[in-house]
Design a protein around this ligand. Structure first.
Ligand SMILES: [Mg+2]
Length: 272
């Protein structure tokens, strides 16, 4: 029986320069591997040690990148290790099989959204009407499934985010604030539903997970065992659950620790 490892990517396994949170003297900093280039500039990193751990994990378990990124944003990431057979994008809206979206899965998701929450257009109109150009840099729609804003964090009124969260909640949507991005995501659009589907298809009987944001809470709750880093929305809220370990590490070193834990748990469950 394979072990399924479903992990969030951004600020869980891979980190932008701003999110690295390195605290040691420069001369003792870990060597970093750039795994994402955007508009010809380096964007995301993991440590060289984490790169080796991820390669080992890819050989020992079914590793499933599980991200809120759109397919296009995911596909520019170049992770070390064997190419994952399955990947989950758009917060569960797309299940990639050998790099190609599964149309049946996507149709199922769309049907669920049409039935269970307010339409994207209503959310989009509300964001357009209430978010101030004084602190919004970009309005974005992702895969026709959800919306996000890129904001100036220092200028963003906390009160507005709280009001938005309540307004969205009443319409079956969730709000998540991650770095410079505010996401509005339909509640029925979950990473965990897609992970269940991968577990069904692979016959995995043990699921491990990791994530840092509110959009990862359902993923962690659905796993048999999980980890969250010492930074991020979940850490800020002191979020925890019985099968979840809250790690003390912050930044790119948390990513390395999470991979070490994944590998250890995989080898315990399925020794070679
Ligand atoms: Mg994340």
């Amino acid at each position: 029986m394979p072990v399924l490892v479903a992990s969030d990517l951004d600020r869980t396994l891979i980190y932008s320069a701003a999110a690295l949170a390195l605290t040691m003297p420069d001369a003792r900093a870990p060597r970093l591997l750039c795994v994402e280039v955007h508009e010809s500039k380096p964007l995301s990193y993991l440590t060289e040690t984490a790169a080796q751990l991820l390669t080992d994990l890819g050989d020992a378990a079914v590793f499933v990148p599980t991200t809120t990124r759109t397919r296009k944003q995911y596909q520019r990431i170049n992770l070390p290790g064997p190419a994952p057979k399955y990947a989950i994008c758009a917060n569960g809206g797309h299940l990639l099989v050998d790099g190609v979206t599964d149309p049946d899965w996507h149709a199922q998701v769309q049907a669920r959204l049409a039935e269970q929450c307010a339409p994207l257009a209503e959310i989009q109109d509300h964001l357009m009407a209430t978010a101030s150009p004084a602190w919004v840099r970009k309005h974005r729609i992702a895969e026709d499934l959800f919306a996000y804003l890129v904001v100036e964090r220092e200028l963003l009124p906390e009160e507005w985010v709280k009001e938005l969260a309540v307004w969205a909640e009443n319409r079956g949507w969730t709000v998540s604030l991650q770095g410079r991005k505010i996401y509005a995501v339909p509640k029925p659009l979950t990473k965990s539903a897609a992970v269940h589907e991968v577990a069904r298809r692979t016959g995995a009987d043990l699921t491990l997970a990791a994530g840092d944001s509110l959009l990862d809470a359902d993923l962690l709750l659905a796993a048999d065992k999980g980890w969250r880093p010492g930074h991020g929305e979940l850490a800020d809220a002191d979020w925890t659950a019985p099968a979840i370990s809250a790690l003390p590490e912050r930044g790119v070193l948390a990513g390395e620790r999470i991979l070490r834990e994944f590998l250890k748990a995989t080898r315990t469950a399925a020794p070679l």
